[in-house]
Design a protein. Structure first.
Length: 381
């Protein structure tokens, strides 16, 4: 039975009749509804039936101790605010009660003001907890709706448009003259980049609500890099850019999600390819110490202006804004940063305009990073 916010329900469990009656009188005068029980089993039964907002439990009672009651209630009825009434010198028990889930303790003897003040504070705490829970549920629900909305209302029509363009090319492509072909190809590219943007967007939401890259296993970074390099080599060749790797032989295992890490590397190598002119070079170097493995991806491309460097991991940020001739959504690096954070790793960038850009990814080594995590912070911009 939910209690009305105007009349909170308080349960007092104490074997002393005088204390039960005293609490009742004080709290009823404050406008609360008060129910009482003289021992543990009866009190727990009453709490389950009436779901009070707050329960005061005496520590020393026959049959079942206050500590046991606190333990059971905080496990089974976590929304109720529990307060332990302790003897004058029972600070140790009070600490134990808080460790077991009590919100606070009230040492005996106490006066009406102390009881009123603690009750008010406990009820405020409960309201705050309920509000936080409600907001969190609301946020989860909105995120889920957002993902469903984006995938149904945006991704699906884009896939269909792209398929129609491909079908059009297949059916009548040969009869189109050069201008028409060019227009259709531009449409295809635009639709494809919109599709990619929606995919990135969905992935970022999935990382944020914890449904992407959750299954982390022990894996070899060298194999992640070799998969990524294999995937990106045709693109580099097409653009006349050389791609070199320089990987230390004795790399320790890292803990991670292989698919999303491959995508981090292909995104960064993809950027290096996009923003490096023909004839350029991309070098991937991997080193490690006892605690961290670092992978740097350096290119000889156009570089990033110094004032733009702190912004490049922001969603939708592109250094050249609307003047950017190269197609992109500005979400690739946001995705990389979020994936690296979910791996307790770091991502850093350094760049010189006209000379090139280097991204450095830092991964904690499976066992050692936790033990030796002193002083070394994985920086991310
Ligand atoms: N290697 C690089 N060299 C120069 N500029 C870069 C490099 N990598 C990223 N940038 C700059 O940072 C911006 C953000 O990169 P990000 O990968 O997030 O988005 P994008 O490449 O524009 O689009 P997409 O979402 O398709 O990846 C780019 O628009 C580009 O201006
Ligand atoms: Mg990119």
């Amino acid at each position: 039975m939910p209690n009305t916010p105007e009349k909170p329900l308080i349960l007092v469990i104490d074997d002393e009749e005088a204390l039960r009656d005293g609490c009742r009188q004080v709290l009823e005068k404050c406008g609360y509804e008060v129910i009482t029980a003289e021992q543990g089993i009866e009190g727990i039964k009453l709490a389950r039936e009436r779901m009070p907002d707050m329960v005061f439990v005496d520590l020393k009672m026959p049959h079942m101790s206050g500590m046991e009651i606190i333990e059971i209630m905080s496990r089974d009825l976590p929304d109720i605010v529990l307060v332990m009434i302790t003897g004058f010198a029972s600070i140790v028990s009070a600490v134990e009660a808080i460790q077991k889930g009590a919100y606070d303790y009230l040492p005996k003897p106490f006066n009406p003001d102390q009881l009123r003040a603690l009750t008010k504070r406990g009820l405020d705490h409960r309201n705050l907890k309920i509000e936080t829970k409600r907001l969190r549920e609301e946020k989860d629900r909105m995120e889920k709706n957002f993902i469903t909305f984006v995938s149904h209302e945006m991704r699906s029509p884009l896939v269909v448009i792209r398929q129609y363009i491909e079908a059009l090319n297949e059916i009548a492509g040969k009869s189109f003259d050069k201008d028409v072909k060019e227009i259709i190809e531009r449409c295809r590219k635009r639709v494809q980049s919109l599709e990619e943007m929606v995919e990135h967007w969905l992935d970022i939401s999935r990382i944020e609500n914890g449904t992407l890259a959750q299954q982390k296993v022990s894996l070899s970074l060298a194999s992640i890099i070799s998969r990524s390099v294999e995937e990106m080599t045709p693109l580099c060749r097409k653009k006349g850019i050389s791609l070199e790797t320089n990987i230390s032989k004795k790399l320790p295992q890292i803990t991670g999600d292989a698919e999303s890490l491959v995508r981090v590397f292909t995104n960064i190598i993809g950027n290096a390819t996009k923003y490096t002119p023909e004839g350029g070079k991309i070098t991937i170097t991997v080193k490690n110490d006892e605690y961290y493995t670092t992978a740097s991806i350096a290119d000889t491309g156009m570089g990033i202006p110094l004032d733009k460097l702190p912004l490049i991991f922001e969603p939708f940020f592109r250094c050249r804004g609307k003047d950017e001739k190269i197609i992109g959504s500005g979400l690739g690096l946001t995705f990389c940063k979020k994936i690296m954070e979910s791996h307790n790793g770091g991502i850093e960038v350094s760049s010189k305009e006209g000379k090139g850009t280097t991204f450095v990814l830092t991964f904690p080594v499976s066992d050692n990073a936790a033990k030796g995590n002193t002083g070394h912070t994985s920086k991310s911009i």
